[in-house]
Design a protein around this ligand. Structure first.
Ligand code: FAD
Length: 429
């Protein structure tokens, strides 16, 4: 079997490595450790994605759900829940998951990647150069910026951490005139505060710790969640959070996944979920490229279309959330983000005249194949199956005026489900 090398042991790289290992490929992962500590908040969707990827130890790192206070558009406070994740612990658990699956994880920094006659040559430090037939680029936002890409408004997040006495965990998010802040307190007393602003609006680097302390002193949320230590300058790391979509997420013997393919604005709180989404489909894409080179273009197209579709969905979710904040419409931070990436609605309204049958790439088992799918205004990539029922033959029959016959061939329960789906698409018998 060809040798696959995965660059980066974040959730995306790990999900691809585990999937390829299950398909019988020789997989190695090379990664350095993240150079900063961070706390992140994750939803049930992320936990489900980690389970699906087989990252059990990483999944176990998520703390039990704790209350999150939301103060947005000055509309009083609402409270929901999220699970807090200490990233260094989570990243270490990901590597344990990989090793437990028998995957070799090399701890090294990737310095250079070269294409050679028989694949790729990767220079690392420390260590001898590595060779691979296929390369998975999963170095997150640190992956080299190659090729055309779409960038959102330039955004920077300043991460601050300090220690207080252990206490009840919780988190909060609040909108500010020139950005927004997310903050969390872990059970062991570790405190974390992150402000996200336009990259152009910030003071010089050496003034950032004082600047952040001053911003914290103006926040009622900070006073509610933390003690007096929050008012002092803390350890600080600046992290880019600009949304980026790569227009070329694959080649004949390489694939970009996770943040290296598309990185979303952290406001959506979905980064790990979106990185897993592109990674979970990747083993079938790579398997197709390696086993059926004649279908490589189809597999690459499948990956690219999915990545772009997911990116736009997440970017529009972020846009709509920014638009909910209406107190500072002229402030550049809010003005630029509530209209980006476009004005298209999150979900297109049902329109039966647009429902059509097309051939498109789909995942079939461990391969990408072409099949007839039903394209709708809201599902431009097409739907192949509805709970196991192939939809294209039914829509084709309907167009020929033979719907009753097609539905008649289905058991009662499935017939009702398909009828319900057709009505939801705007079909009126
Ligand atoms: P990463 O997790 O970044 O993994 C990449 C790996 O590659 C790392 O281990 C890195 O050390 C390694 N690497 C990088 N360069 C090299 C190199 N040259 N050589 C070797 N190894 C290398 N998501 C959420 O779900 N919830 C949140 O609350 C949240 N908050 C966020 C806040 C901010 C400010 C930002 C910027 C992002 C946030 N995210 C959040 C997003 C989340 O962090 C990422 O989407 C997710 O980690 C991406 O996973 P990945 O596997 O693609 O990359």
């Amino acid at each position: 079997m060809p040798e696959v090398l995965v660059l980066g042991a974040g959730p995306a790289g790990a999900a691809v490595a585990l999937g390829l290992k299950r398909l019988g490929y020789g997989v190695r992962v090379v990664s350095e450790w993240r150079r900063f500590t961070a706390v992140e908040g994750v939803s049930q969707r992320v936990l489900d994605g980690l389970r699906q990827a087989g990252l059990q130890r990483a999944l176990a790192c998520a703390a039990a759900p704790s209350p999150r206070r939301v103060l947005w558009n000055g509309d009083g406070q609402s409270i929901n829940q999220e699970c807090l994740l200490d990233r260094p612990t989570f990243d270490a658990a990901i590597r344990e998951d990989l090793r437990a699956a028998g995957i070799d994880v090399l701890e090294a920094r990737v310095l250079k990647v070269e294409s050679v006659a028989d694949g790729h040559r990767v220079q690392i430090e420390p260590g001898e150069p590595l060779r691979a037939d296929f390369l998975v680029e999963a170095r997150g936002r640190q992956a080299p910026l190659a090729g055309g890409r779409l960038r959102g408004p330039e955004t920077l997040s300043l991460l601050n951490q300090w220690q207080e006495a252990p206490g009840r965990p919780g988190s909060a998010v609040e909108s500010l005139a020139d950005g927004w802040a997310w903050m969390a307190r872990l059970e062991d007393g570790r405190c974390y505060w992150q402000i996200t602003q336009d990259a152009r609006d910030l003071p010089p680097k050496d003034q950032l710790p004082d600047y952040c302390a001053q911003r914290r002193s103006q926040s009622a949320q900070v006073r509610e969640l933390f003690g007096e230590a929050a008012l002092h300058p803390a350890s600080l790391h600046a992290r880019s959070s600009t949304a980026i979509l790569f227009h070329e997420a694959s080649g004949p013997d390489w694939l970009r996944v996770g943040d290296a393919a598309m990185a979303v604005d952290p406001l959506s709180g979905n980064g790990i979920f979106q990185s897993l989404s592109s990674a979970l489909q990747a083993p079938a894409v790579i398997n197709t490229m390696l086993q059926r080179p004649e279908q490589a273009e189809l597999a690459g197209r499948f990956h690219q279309r999915r990545v772009e579709h997911l990116f736009l969905r997440f970017a529009r979710t972020g846009r709509d959330f920014y638009a909910l904040e209406q107190r500072w419409p002229e402030q550049p931070f809010w003005r630029d983000r509530r209209t980006w990436p476009d004005a298209a609605p999150m979900h297109a309204a049902a329109d039966f005249s647009q429902v059509r049958v097309e051939r498109a790439p789909v995942i079939h088992g461990d391969l990408i194949e072409e099949a007839e799918v039903v394209v709708t205004a809201d599902q431009p990539l097409g739907i192949w199956h509805l709970q196991g029922i192939e939809l294209a033959p039914i829509v084709s029959a309907l167009r020929r005026g033979e719907l009753e016959r097609a539905l008649g061939a289905l058991p009662e329960g499935q017939r009702r489900m398909v009828q319900g789906w057709l009505l939801a698409q705007g079909f009126r018998p």
